[in-house]
Design a protein around this ligand. Structure first.
Ligand code: 0WE
Length: 256
């Protein structure tokens, strides 16, 4: 099956082999896409190099700190030069200072609020603006989000507020870019045991909670996020834009 044959995709947010971005990148690759990856800083360069290296010589690897406009510009200049177009963009980036995820939301500092929104939400707007001129045949933009954007998940705090901003940004981008046949959607994933999540206090309990309470009585697998990512990137989703798709074993429908 080659749902994405001939498509060029940009993947932002691979840190290691457990990253959700890596699961979606593998699914896109297996569906026939050619990919470019960004890495955040020299610390993660080797990881991404090693992972993306398996994808062969047509794979592009570019530095990108999403808080730096000049690095974002550099990414799209390199994609324009190598491929001349772009079809797919994955945004799988989030950060809030650790303190902000441990204490009470009411104590969120101005700086933690700013950083969380800059890295986790504004970056989608900046990346979409850079991508759009290259998406000459239409495109699919995907962003990862989480239920803490709409209901209170204790300790998710300012990340929940930033994810609400990300989801609203996806809707406004969907409106702006719709006339160019560029779709913008979010995947709201249930908890996944990534390196970013593992350090969070109580993550193990949350995993067990989803297992006990979700209709499917289990947690989502990274491969399942890959499959949904491939669907949303494909022509099967040609009429879907501005949406948040819950890939959470049904957890979001529950009232109690
Ligand atoms: O979006 C996320 C987490 C993203 C994240 C993770 C970290 C850990 C290290 C953002 N910033 C940081 N900053 C760090 O210093 N998730 C959906 C996973 C997650 O994080 C939680 C969760 C869930 C679920 C934090 C508290 C409560 C639930």
């Amino acid at each position: 099956m080659s749902l994405l044959e001939g498509k060029i995709g940009l993947v932002v947010g691979v840190a290691n082999k457990r990253s959700i971005a890596w699961a979606i990148a593998q699914a896109w690759r297996n569906a026939g896409a050619t990919l470019a990856f960004t890495y955040q800083g020299e610390r993660l360069k080797e990881n991404v190099e090693e992972l993306a290296g398996a994808f062969g010589p047509d794979t592009l690897l570019l530095p990108c700190d999403v808080t730096r406009d000049e690095e974002i510009a550099g990414v799209f200049a390199a994609i324009a030069a190598k491929f001349g177009k772009l079809d797919l963009l994955l945004h799988s980036v989030a950060f809030a200072p650790r303190d902000a995820l441990e204490g009470s939301f009411v104590n969120t500092t101005r700086d933690a609020f700013r950083v969380a929104h800059d890295v986790s939400a504004y970056s989608l707007v900046a990346l979409a603006r850079g991508a759009a001129p290259l998406m000459t045949g239409g495109g699919s933009i995907l962003a990862m989000t989480y239920y803490g954007s709409e209901k209170v998940v204790p300790h998710y705090n300012v990340m929940g507020v930033a994810k609400a901003s990300l989801e609203a940004s996806a809707r406004y981008l969907a409106y702006d870019l719709g006339p160019k046949k560029i779709r913008v959607n979010c995947i709201s994933a249930g908890p996944v045991n990534t390196v970013a999540a593992r350090g969070i206090a109580g993550f193990g309990d949350m995993f067990k909670h989803y297992e006990a309470r979700s209709p499917l009585r289990r947690n989502v697998l990274a491969e399942e996020l890959g499959a949904t990512g491939t669907f949303l990137a494909s022509d099967g989703a040609a009429a879907i834009t501005g949406q948040v798709l819950y890939v959470d074993c049904g957890y979001q429908i529950m009232g109690m």
